[in-house]
Design a protein around this ligand. Structure first.
Ligand code: WT7
Length: 668
């Protein structure tokens, strides 16, 4: 195959069978055996329309669909002709069914005073009223169906309210992670031509205030300077009471809400109307706005949440996903997939180690959390902080543990099970992407035997396979490309405003029987028992702490510094983050290399893109290794950054061999 095949170095033979539900305090397993899973999966692949019609019938529709699926690769339409509203199915439906007084969102703030954090519980009825009010606020400021609303907030209940209010009126939201910088906001707001931003004065993070409103102000100034500034209103939630500037576009959220009516009927939306866009990094160029639509996304996320986490209403469960709503994990598995299942979703505002490294475990104890969903990077940090922290809290409420974001190393998997899961909780290692909308490969806690490090088996409706570049399925244990051969309801519908990029990125690598198939961009293998093992990204995107960063964005930022001539960044193994960033930098003649400049460059990237993109290593070099066509050879740089002394890769296309020897010498 022409793509680099990935060599399997992980050998893991331990198998953990699912426990009985009573072993973990669960009332039942929704899917209780591998045979039952297999029967359901087989049906979902052989008769996806029948299978998903049954699942979708569990939701509220204003108008029934005419056909379940229309598929003309790469374009899928699900529940065509049907009308529904995601906010209705998350919120109003529970109220209408008589569950208005049940907890929908349990929120815990970061600051702790006299040993007690601030907590808030919003019932479904509370949530309905808040969302109705904000829908009215948006509408009274001219926001209508189809307008993109940008949300840049901390993890406060108002963030969930803002997202759901957008869904209620049919205005797609674009949530930007609160750790991103002004430049990142400006790029995304301009791409989406968003007229409204919802933000907070600040967000609490490890006892400090992140100045969100100030970042928005700077973004608006930048856009003004560029001559392209679409924003008309900025709604600001008061949270940290830090000083903020108040300009002509600014509206006080709290004041507007106090005047607004809670009554706002959900807008019936076509199943294929856009629900949101979410920007993710690509390997080249500007961030991509991944488009998700209404009906299929709603059905896919709620179904997968139910089966993967074994959500059972009225059984005393409290579900907690530690992600931020700025990532897809927060969209799908804090909000849209969880609320329709009528199990309370916990939102935590702040840092995992504030004020102590036991904070998460205190939250589990305080709220009797039953499902806990986090990332391998967090698990590696917990391991580093010490076993005494989870041991100091009562974790006996936990039933199911989950992980997402990157491959989990078996050591961390086993630690997670022992120290968080009492040696008994099943771990669901959920493989998916911003683009897939929801889980595509994952164990089911009561059904799937687990091997640490494997995300195991495909979700219902997902026809995943490992193929070579010609589309031929690979034999057991041979590395290849992860593809999904059939459409599934939660799949992306496009890249906002860039049809060609959608096709080039996801639908141009592999064809089967002449038809393009979805290529995830991950290398993987499937073992003889049918378990999938993800081996890493096949492109240059760097996955830091479970978040993909485009090399291009980081490089552009470095090059924007006055001392830098050229830059290339690659991923390098990192103990905590999984992958760290190594930057190779060549300087403008006359500029002096040194530690001072390294620090300045790190600070520069941090302010331009966000702390997450800060390079862990910076190496100064006279020149970068390139192919004849001028492409930087990142594979080679990865080897050098990882400390490989002998460069064993194919260098036949390398322009200037002397550069390589020089780079290997220039140790950090
Ligand atoms: C990429 C998607 C899905 C939300 C978080 C990240 C990697 C994700 C796993 C897993 C191995 C995983 C893949 C994927 N990934 N989950 N359980 N095992 N790898 O979303 O930023 O869209 O990144 O994260 O490489 O393609 P994202």
């Amino acid at each position: 195959m022409s793509q680099p095949s990935i060599e399997s170095t992980l050998h893991e033979d331990r198998v953990f069978q699912p426990p009985a539900p009573s072993d973990v305090g669960a009332s039942d397993w929704l899917v209780g055996s591998l045979a039952e899973y297999e029967t359901m999966h087989k049906r979902s692949i052989e008769d996806p329309e029948g299978f998903f019609a049954e699942v979708a019938a569990g939701f509220h529709w204003y108008k029934a669909w005419d056909s379940v699926l229309e598929w003309d690769a790469p374009d899928a339409k699900w529940f065509v002709g049907g009308q529904t509203n995601a906010c209705y199915n998350c919120v109003d439906r529970q109220v209408d069914d008589g569950f208005g007084d049940r907890p929908a969102i349990i929120w815990e703030g970061e600051p702790i005073e006299n040993g007690v954090p601030e907590t808030r519980t919003l019932t479904y009825a509370d949530l309905q009223a808040e969302v109705g009010k904000f829908a009215n606020v948006l509408k009274s400021h001219g926001v209508t169906k189809g307008d993109v609303v940008t949300i840049y907030m901390g993890m406060v209940p108002e963030l969930a309210v803002a997202m759901l209010a957008c869904a209620r009126i049919g205005a797609p939201h674009s949530v930007i992670f609160g750790g991103f910088s002004s430049q990142a906001i400006a790029d995304r707001v301009c791409d989406a031509k968003s007229k409204v931003i919802v933000t907070c004065d600040g967000a609490w993070r490890r006892g400090k205030v992140v100045p969100l409103k100030e970042n928005v102000d700077n973004a608006i100034k930048m856009m003004g300077d560029q001559g392209e500034q679409p924003v008309e209103h900025v709604f600001c939630v008061g949270r940290c009471h830090n000083d903020i500037a108040w300009g002509a576009l600014d509206r006080c959220y709290n004041e507007e809400m106090s005047k607004a009516s809670p009554e706002y009927a959900c807008e019936p939306m076509d199943s294929e109307d856009m629900l949101f866009l979410l920007y993710t990094s690509g390997s080249t160029g500007k961030p991509k706005g991944i488009v998700h639509t209404t009906g299929g996304y709603m059905v896919h996320t709620a179904m997968t949440a139910r089966y993967t986490f074994n959500l059972i209403p009225d059984s005393g469960q409290v579900y907690w996903c530690t992600a931020d709503c700025g990532w897809i994990t927060g969209h799908s598995y804090i909000i849209y997939g969880i609320l329709p299942n009528r199990v309370p979703t916990l939102m935590y505002e702040g840092g995992p180690d504030y004020p102590t490294a036991a904070r998460f475990w205190q939250i589990v104890e305080r709220h009797r959390v039953t499902q806990f969903y986090t990332a391998p990077t967090a698990i590696r940090a917990f391991m580093k902080w010490g076993d005494e922290h989870p041991a100091s809290a009562d974790l006996s409420s936990l039933q199911v543990l989950g992980t997402v974001g990157e491959p989990i190393n078996p050591e961390a998997w086993v630690w997670y099970r022992e120290h968080i899961g009492r040696g008994v909780c099943p771990i669901v290692d959920t493989y998916w992407q911003t683009e897939t909308g929801g889980h595509v490969i994952t164990p089911l806690p009561g059904a799937t035997p687990c091997k640490p490090g494997s995300c195991t088996r495909p979700m219902f409706g997902v026809d995943a396979a490992i193929v070579d570049a010609d589309g031929a399925e690979q034999p057991a244990d041979a590395g290849g490309l992860m593809v999904i051969r059939k459409p599934w309801p939660g799949m992306l519908r496009g890249v906002f405003g860039d049809r060609q990029r959608f096709i080039d990125t996801y639908w141009s690598t592999v064809r089967i029987d002449g038809e393009p198939v979805y290529t995830a961009g991950d290398g993987a293998r499937r073992d003889a028992d049918g378990n999938f093992w993800i081996m890493g990204r096949i492109d240059d995107v760097i996955n830091v702490s479970g978040h993909r960063l485009g090399t291009m964005e980081v490089e552009s930022s470095l090059v924007a510094h006055e001392a830098v001539n050229e830059a290339a960044v690659v991923g390098v193994p990192h103990e905590i983050k999984g992958t760290g960033i190594a930057a190779f930098v060549s300087l403008v003649p006359g500029k002096a290399a040194g530690d001072e400049l390294k620090d300045a460059l790190r600070a520069h990237v941090s302010s331009e893109i966000g702390p997450i993109a800060k390079p862990d290593q910076i190496r100064f070099t006279a020149a970068l290794p390139k192919t004849r066509s001028g492409k930087i050879m990142r594979r080679l740089l990865r080897s050098i950054a990882a400390g490989e002394t002998e460069i064993s890769q194919d260098m036949s296309t390398l322009e200037d061999f002397s550069v390589v020897a020089k780079l290997a010498e220039d140790k950090e």
